[in-house]
Design a binder for this molecule. Structure first.
Ligand code: GDP
Ligand code: MN
Length: 393
């Protein structure tokens, strides 16, 4: 499952795949070896003279915090820690490979990344002198610390734009020069490979005075994969197959409004409401028994939004057994994760009814995304979602 390509969603690369592209563009990366067994990992550890880190290879973020990075002190320890890592699940994702990587003598960690900015419609370069944590945490803790500049794709990234971001920092001159050329190579890779997001976090200054990409993330625009022959090939599974595996039922239709609901009856009535107003559903997903867990709605939102035809999503819940606040928590988590990756492209309108509906609405109010709307009345929610998403021809 971890190795599956989801049509409709940006394809994520593993750290070792992303680093191979960085290295090709001339960005310094640590020496490393991808291992599938603990014995391979143990001998790689020794090959690196016992100066190596073990890193779980997963597509989910926050691996370090989840215990997916280890610093063994002997070959035996490398073997047993690699064994632990290969048995781990990180955010539900089984670890299949461990990267054994030459350990860096870190003096300082920075953040460097480029995303396709959905509002500006062009690439945005971000740099923060205090790296290591994720960018969301960085920018919420200290918004001024994250420096940003838009890139005009007609001209590419100029050195002076990067120098501008580094201005006023106490980073040594040589390291600054290194960061400028790394940022330009990073942009070239992002552009040439049809990236949606490319990130080095941390970009480290070593005690030896070098600047090295210690971690990397790279998401590729799925609709451009046909012209990217050197991207890894992943098995394809349909949305219906994946929904079924998750205990959800998904049906694709030919309109433009996505619908998530719980129970077949409520789903039908959501479609009736839309039809009455002259709008058409793009698809619908019934949470069924998964409505009792926040993961059910999270998975559901991801699946429904995969369809490029969806211009707005209606979530209509009537909780008899399940609880609205649990569902609301899942909705907010899903939205926050997508906003973080700049992958939320449509508005989401939620109407909650039944058990703990008021608590649920309070949970929704904590979400800062401008793309989330809530309506206490279902009729208002239907009108709102049509107003935002329009009517398909
Ligand atoms: P993430 O948690 O999935 O983002 O994993 P990272 O690869 O970014 O590593 C998380 C943290 O582990 C880094 O910010 C470093 O503090 C530490 N770390 C990773 N690699 C090394 C290394 O080679 N040497 C040292 N000293 N620390 C490392
Ligand atoms: Mn990282």
């Amino acid at each position: 499952m971890t190795n599956t390509y989801h049509p409709g969603v940006d394809m994520k690369l593993f750290e070792y795949e992303a680093k191979a592209f960085l290295q090709k563009s001339g960005i310094p990366v640590p020496k490393s070896k991808v291992c599938g067994t603990e014995d391979e990992a143990a001998s790689a550890y020794t090959e690196f003279g016992g100066n190596a880190v073990l890193k779980a290879q997963v597509l989910a973020g926050g691996r370090g915090k989840a215990g997916g990075i280890k610093f063994p002190r002997s070959e035996d320890e490398a073997r047993s820690q690699a064994k632990d890592i290969l048995a781990m699940k990180i955010k539900g994702e089984a670890v299949e490979k461990v990267l054994v990587e030459e350990k860096q003598n870190i003096k300082r960690e920075h953040y460097l990344g480029i995303v396709t900015d959905p509002d500006a419609g062009c690439p945005l370069l971000m740099f923060c002198a205090e790296g290591g944590m994720d960018i969301e945490e960085l920018s919420s803790k200290n918004p001024d610390a994250v420096k940003k500049t838009l890139i005009d794709p007609r001209y590419g990234l100029f050195g002076y734009q990067v120098q501008e971001l580094l201005k006023g920092s106490d980073i040594p001159k040589d390291a600054q020069t290194g960061i400028v050329s790394i940022a330009r190579a990073l942009y070239q890779t992002y552009w040439d490979k049809d990236g949606e997001l490319i990130e080095i976090n941390p970009l480290v200054e070593t005690a030896e005075g070098k600047v090295v990409a210690a971690d990397a993330k790279f998401n590729i625009d799925n609709s451009a994969l046909y012209r990217q022959p050197d991207m890894p090939k992943r098995p394809v599974r349909t949305v219906e197959e994946r929904a079924e595996k998750l205990g959800l039922s998904y049906i694709s239709l030919d309109g433009n409004i996505g619908i998530i609901s719980n129970g077949a009856g409520l789903t039908m009535s959501a479609m009736d409401y839309l039809n009455q107003e002259g709008a058409k559903p793009a698809n619908f997903l019934d949470l069924g028994g998964q409505a009792t867990q926040s993961s059910g709605i999270k998975n559901g939102i991801g699946l429904v939004l995969e369809k490029p035809d969806v211009t707005a999503l209606l979530i209509y819940i009537f909780a008899g057994g399940p609880r609205c606040d649990v569902i609301a928590t899942g909705i907010v988590e899903a939205i926050n994760e997508m906003e973080k990756e700049h992958s939320l492209r449509v508005p989401i309108v939620v109407t909650l009814h039944g058990r703990f509906a008021e608590e649920g609405m309070k949970v929704l109010s904590t979400c800062k995304s401008p793309r989330l709307y809530q309506e206490p009345m279902v009729e208002d929610a239907v009108r709102k979602v049509i107003e935002l998403g329009g009517k398909a021809q």
